[in-house]
Design a protein around this ligand. Structure first.
Ligand code: ATP
Ligand code: MG
Length: 317
């Protein structure tokens, strides 16, 4: 952590969610929100809430959706100096409704919102030049401007001895051009820590078997892989280290969105503070589990003290 803050790049959004389960938005219905959101924003807010130095390169509109997000991030301790305020673009948004089987329907406004305008401003460059770690969100690689900033940040921070983590999180709905995949492979080739969930491990490795995929990625130079398994917990794989499995905490899931982002942020922040992988994994599991108990993707972020209490009081599966 001494080298500089953890930074991330990408979309800040408001999330507006249907209050009922069903299919999409083709009829009038009641909605809840706006809630602060965007995978990179949720991640960086969780880093800051745990006491990690944190900053984000992003864009919002000059509107209430933007103010809601920037106020929350600033309040929680995130360096917001590299969030550009765009006069001509509205803050990005995601409308989400859960289906009975747990799948989600989204209506996104990202590419044609302020979130789609992320670029290398002088404030962004200054933040990159003092950063110690870059966390790359796959979602942000689908925004061409953000992609350039990310590749610049990865190169600059690694050149000064910093590290890089990658959450694949590449939603098919957002994969609109080849640039996203190319840049994904570039980041994957130099990442120190990979945080996949579900099939993302297989896609990243080009292998359909978990052990083979992990082995291939560790051989290719990734130091640590932490696999997120939703309600089944998570596993750690490190080069030359024994595998660690961590069962999930038993909680009532109210809203799963954001669990992976909080999990990744907690894991990384613990590791950057010098915690061993097993303790970091336990805290990350706790951060993911706490997040799903709250409505709204960023409403369940945790302080270190809250995680400590949660770990002591909550049974595990
Ligand atoms: P998203 O992309 O929707 O934010 P993800 O797919 O990246 O999520 P998940 O595996 O869903 O990530 O969740 C991350 C972690 O949060 C899990 O590994 C687990 O530790 C915790 N978690 C998620 N859902 C639950 C749950 N229902 N009960 C307990 N813990 C959970
Ligand atoms: Mg995810």
């Amino acid at each position: 952590e001494a080298l500089g803050p953890t930074i991330t790049v990408g979309e800040i959004l408001v999330e507006i969610m249907a209050t009922t389960v069903g299919t999409g938005f083709i009829e009038p219905q009641s909605l809840a929100g706006p809630y602060p959101s965007g995978a990179p924003a949720i991640f960086i807010d969780q880093v800051a809430r745990m006491g990690g130095a944190a900053g984000i390169i992003a864009g919002v509109g000059d509107d209430d959706f933007g103010r809601l997000n920037v106020d929350r991030l600033r309040h929680d301790g995130v360096d917001v100096s590299a969030i550009a305020i765009h006069e001509d673009w509205p803050t990005g948004s995601a409308f989400v409704r859960y289906r009975p089987n747990g799948a989600r329907d989204f209506v996104f406004n990202i590419a044609r919102s302020a979130a789609g305008q992320v670029g290398l401003t002088s404030a962004a460059e200054a933040l990159v030049r003092r950063a110690g770690h870059v966390h790359v969100m796959g979602t942000a690689l689908t925004i061409p401007g953000a992609r350039k900033v990310i590749l610049f940040a990865v190169e600059t921070v690694q050149a000064r001895g910093g590290s890089v983590s990658l959450d694949p999180n590449l939603r098919k709905e957002l994969l609109t051009d080849d640039g996203a995949l190319d840049s994904f492979n570039q980041v994957l080739a130099t990442a120190d820590l990979l945080l996949p969930s579900g099939d993302e491990l297989f896609t990243a490795a080009g292998r359909a078997d978990e052990a083979a995929a992990v082995a291939k990625l560790l051989e290719s130079g990734i130091g640590e892989i932490v696999l997120k398994r939703g309600e089944h917990g998570a596993s750690f794989f490190g080069r030359g280290l024994p595998r660690i499995d961590c069962p999930a905490f038993t909680v009532d899931e109210v809203d799963p969105t954001g669990a992976g982002d909080c999990f990744g942020a907690a894991y990384l922040t613990c590791r950057r503070k010098g915690m061993a992988p097993d303790a970091a994994l336990l805290h990350a599991n706790a951060a993911g589990a706490r997040n799903v108990t709250r409505l709204g993707p960023m409403e369940g972020v945790s302080t270190l003290a809250e995680l400590t209490t949660f770990i002591a009081e909550t049974p595990r599966r």
